[in-house]
Write a protein that binds this ligand. Structure first.
Ligand code: KG4
Ligand code: ZN
Length: 335
């Protein structure tokens, strides 16, 4: 397999990586989370400005750590979309410039497709991709041949974590913050709804759950009259997390049954969640399904997943598109 340099700038992580023969030689991620934290979410202008500041140095550092000279690269890969337009532009411009200077092909990669293939599992399988911007279920019949089964109709699962964390005053990014306080809470304290659990399709909806939490937070039902506020917050966080986990596990396993596959995979930022992993492991053991879980460094945004997918496409002889631009709303290409 060829050696590739990959760049990812679709949201608030600037990332560069070098991959060769399926191995990740280097993978550097500069998270901007601290810059966006005061705003409770990603500010596109801040993101693109910061990408611009970091991207060249990250590329050099990725090459240096990998001990690969630019001339030894077979290709350059970059996230074309989906993502924030101004953020995508920075990565694509950097990658295009580099590919032109080196006279190497440039491969535009779909961010979600890269998440999708970042969990180690043999096809056929049903993949759950859960991140800050996306929640989808995909049927992968063969590697490179996948079909979208369903997606969120409103908020993404990670987005729901982020919004609920903000509501509870836990800061940004919300996922890790909720998970941390949820450890001290009772997941049964609040009986939050499980929207679309039995909808019969593979779509999700998380905005109703967020509304239910907002209502409960305004009028908390405390276990004891003297319950300290941080215990109430922990109960709310734990009950919210339990609802999200149940929906994600149940719907994924139902999709696996319906598509008659014996394996499922989970990837994307929300796959960092320990409670989600424990619940998936138990459910897959019960149903005798293989479970592929993206390793932690590949869950949140990174360039290694972009490089790996591009390397596979290149090795498989996939055509290299020429005239293309960023695709902020790019839907998952079904092959
Ligand atoms: O994949 P990612 O880095 O970016 C997107 O492509 O969106 O995912 C980021 C999302 C954020 O919403 C963050 O709150 C969530 O992943 N996340 C978590 C955890 N760690 C990150 N959600 C739940 N539990 C976590 N431990
Ligand atoms: Zn992502």
């Amino acid at each position: 397999m060829p050696a590739l340099l990959a760049i990812e700038t679709s949201c608030d992580e600037t990332a560069a990586a070098v991959v060769r023969d399926g191995a990740i030689l280097s993978s550097i991620v500069a998270s901007q989370a601290k810059l966006h934290a005061p705003y409770g979410g990603v500010v596109p202008e801040i993101a693109s400005r910061q990408h611009l500041r970091s991207v060249d140095a990250l590329v050099l550092e990725a090459l240096k750590q990998a001990r690969v000279s630019p001339t030894a690269l077979d290709a350059v890969a970059v996230t074309r979309g989906p993502g924030l337009p101004s953020a995508l532009l920075v990565g694509v411009a950097a990658a295009r410039g580099l590919a032109l200077r080196l006279g190497k092909p440039l491969l535009p990669i779909h961010h979600i497709e890269a998440h999708l293939y970042s969990a180690p599992v043999a096809a056929p399988f049903v993949a759950l991709v859960v991140s800050g911007g996306h929640t989808l279920l995909v049927h992968v019949a063969r590697v490179g041949s996948h079909r979208l089964l369903g997606r969120t109709l409103d908020d993404a699962a990670g987005e729901a974590f982020d919004k609920v964390a903000q509501l509870l005053g836990l800061g940004y990014p919300g996922g890790p913050a909720i998970e941390k306080v949820a450890c001290n809470g009772n997941p049964k304290a609040y009986d939050f709804p499980r929207p679309m659990l039995k909808s019969g399709d593979w779509n999700f909806s998380f905005s109703g759950l967020k509304t239910a939490l907002r209502r409960a937070a305004a009028q908390p039902r405390t276990a004891r009259a003297d319950q300290p506020p941080e215990e109430t917050t922990a109960d709310l966080a734990a009950s919210f997390q339990a609802a999200v986990v149940e929906i994600l596990v149940e719907k994924t396993l139902r999709a696996a049954r319906a598509r008659e596959v014996r394996a499922v995979s989970v990837s994307g930022g929300v796959a960092c969640n320990g409670a989600l992993k424990v619940a998936f492991e138990a459910a897959c053991r019960r149903e005798n399904l293989a479970l592929g879980w993206a390793e932690r460094a590949l869950c949140t945004d990174n360039a290694a997943m972009i490089g790996r997918l591009a390397a596979r496409k290149l090795a498989a002889g996939a055509p290299i598109p020429e005239d293309w631009d960023i695709a902020p709303d790019w839907t998952l290409p079904e092959e």
